[in-house]
Design a protein around this ligand. Structure first.
Ligand SMILES: Cc1cc2nc3c(=O)[nH]c(=O)nc-3n(C[C@H](O)[C@H](O)[C@H](O)COP(=O)(O)OP(=O)(O)OC[C@H]3O[C@@H](n4cnc5c(N)ncnc54)[C@H](O)[C@@H]3O)c2cc1C
Length: 529
């Protein structure tokens, strides 16, 4: 509600801060339940890191993605489950995810290894033996089996309980063989973060997919980019079901009074310097939680000390990732047989992870006729790129050069064929939310009533990458609906009490006024009871 001379706010049941896939997923579920929901998005359009860009005649994902599930089939993923729940279509195609080795000696040839789900745990060992070039004898496999044995039966909840154990410490304590240790450290490029920043709970949850269903399954929508296939239908669903999407609106602070959420102060970028307050009994923070703290959107007094410590750790691990776009004058890469390639350059000594690439056509980008769009993904945390939080340009260019050198070795003529080249550096906070922390940052505030958290910066354990935001949407929606129901009941009770009080007041008053006239006669009750 309007306060301190600030423009008058509007009322909602729920305000969601952030219109990325996380905010839209829970927004759509709440809209389905008939909850009066508003999404506040600072950018001109929704989509967050799922947005598309226009690049020299190509329309392509701004941050290159594939979708991931640990359930062995995209049909069992939370992304699919959400779309089914909303009655929206989501057709998909499987993405192969092979490791490719490149070297100067064999130009034009990529030796690749792809995961094979039928192999179960062995799938993982073979994948890394190929990537690292290490021969694994039985004693190494036996050592590694310790991890498989421990994790195979662990439920997600059990994994959650060991989220504070650092995986690097676990390796030091439990794995003796140096080769076995090296193989586990070889997981860094696949996970996309240093092993010392990984929690055992997260690794256990991801590993359990190998004995359970044979490994990680990667897929992509069959038609359109992520913005077309995921973001646009969710946004349309929300507005068609009475929800409101407010763009150009930057949340400045989440408002709390006496331990309860009251709304959000929002800076309207259309009306410069206009600060508005939107009131609601429930607020979902669906933007990176460490950014919300750093920007004082979420005052530190609203968080407990252990949550603050966890959020500080999550923020310190966040780095930028690099997406590259290369429009080639002609076809240089084979169009068939490749999905998403993890590329390792063997000329650095041990095979060294350089980055990933896929063809634009694979991720449904539109390409000008006769040209080929190649997209790269380079993890900001990989040893050689290591952009850190500030993503200095020198590092970005160095990483891009390494990638192009590797591509040139694998596909001679790659560099010469580049007509346009573009780089996009984006903060990838999701991956770093699963490092060891004192307590897991959960979807509901431990001390403020009506404050919830969505997006991929909460939960250390769960489904990988953006799949986590669709997973979170389910319990989040359930809890919010329950909470609103509870508030309504309280409201009904207090209104009932007020009516009763009023009625008693009227009766007393009447009794007083007409005491004489009604003496001896019962006073008639009025109104609804
Ligand atoms: C380069 C890159 C590659 C990736 N690859 C993959 C992949 O292959 N597979 C995969 O599953 N995931 C991948 N991810 C991760 C995936 O993009 C995220 O998991 C997903 O986007 C998280 O959704 P979200 O809604 O939590 O956050 P976001 O997508 O970041 O959305 C947050 C939204 O909040 C808005 N916002 C921020 N501050 C405010 C404010 N103050 N007021 C109002 N709005 C605000 C932002 O503008 C944004 O729209 C990748 C990420 C990057 C950067």
């Amino acid at each position: 509600m309007a306060k301190r001379g600030i423009a008058r706010g509007k009322d909602f049941d729920v305000i969601i801060v952030g219109g990325g896939p996380g905010g839209l997923a829970v927004g759509a579920m709440l809209a389905k339940e008939g909850v009066k929901t508003a999404i506040i998005e600072k950018d001109p359009v929704v989509g967050g890191r799922y947005r598309s860009i226009d690049f020299h005649g190509c329309r392509v994902d701004s941050a290159v993605h594939f979708l991931v599930t640990l359930f062995g089939s995209p049909g069992k993923s939370y992304t699919y489950k959400l779309f089914t729940h909303l009655g929206l279509p989501l057709e998909y195609k499987l993405v192969q995810w092979p490791i490719a080795l490149v070297s100067k000696e064999t130009p034009g040839q990529l030796s690749t290894f792809a995961m094979d789900l039928k192999l179960g745990v062995d799938n993982f060992y073979q994948f890394f033996a190929f990537a690292t070039g290490m021969q694994m004898d039985d004693s190494v496999k036996k050592e590694l089996m310790k991890l498989a044995t421990i994790t195979s039966d662990m439920s997600e909840d059990e994994c959650r309980q060991v989220t504070n154990v650092c995986f690097a410490d676990w390796i030091e304590k439990n794995i003796e063989d140096p080769m076995a240790k090296a193989v586990l450290y070889g997981m860094e490029p696949v996970v996309g973060a240093p092993i010392k920043d990984m929690s055992f709970g997260f690794i256990a949850n991801a590993w359990s997919a190998f004995p359970r269903v044979g490994g990680v399954v990667t897929y992509y929508p069959k038609r359109g980019t992520l913005e077309d296939a995921i973001i646009a239908p969710l946004a349309e669903y929300i507005t068609n079901h009475g929800g409101k999407i407010i763009t150009h609106a930057t949340a400045r602070s989440i408002l709390v009074e006496e331990g309860k959420v009251t709304g959000v102060a929002v800076h309207d970028d259309h009306m410069r310097f206009m600060l508005e307050e939107y009131s609601a009994p429930v607020v979902v923070c669906a933007m990176p939680i460490f950014e919300a703290v750093a920007q004082h959107i979420l005052g530190s007094e609203l968080l407990t000390d252990d949550w603050l410590e966890s959020i500080r750790l999550i923020g310190s691990r966040a780095v930028h990732d690099l997406s590259g776009f290369y429009l080639l004058r002609k076809d240089v890469l084979p169009r068939k047989g490749h999905g998403w390639i993890h590329i390792f350059d063997v000329d650095y000594g041990l095979p060294t992870y350089v980055g990933d690439w896929c063809l634009g056509s694979f991720i449904n980008a539109t390409e000008p006729k006769g040209k080929q769009l190649v997209c790269s993904y380079i993890s900001g945390s990989s040893e050689l790129s290591h952009f850190g939080l500030t993503a200095p340009m020198g590092k970005v260019r160095q990483a891009n050069k390494m990638f192009k050198d590797a591509m040139e070795k694998a596909f001679p003529g790659f560099n010469k064929a580049i007509e346009y080249e573009g780089l996009n550096v984006q903060l990838s906070h999701g991956r770093y939310a699963y490092g060891p922390v004192p307590v897991e940052v959960n979807i509901q505030s431990p001390n403020i009533q009506g404050l919830y958290f969505g997006g991929d910066s909460v939960w250390n354990v769960g489904q990988p990458a953006s799949e986590k935001v669709f997973q979170i949407a389910f319990p989040l929606c359930e809890r919010i609906v329950k909470h609103l129901h509870f508030l309504k009941q309280l409201d009904d009770i207090s209104r009932g009490t007020q009516i009763k009080k009023q009625a008693t007041g009227i009766a007393k008053e009447k009794g007083g006024k007409h005491a004489q006239a009604s003496k001896g006669k019962p006073v008639k009750r009025r109104g609804k009871r």
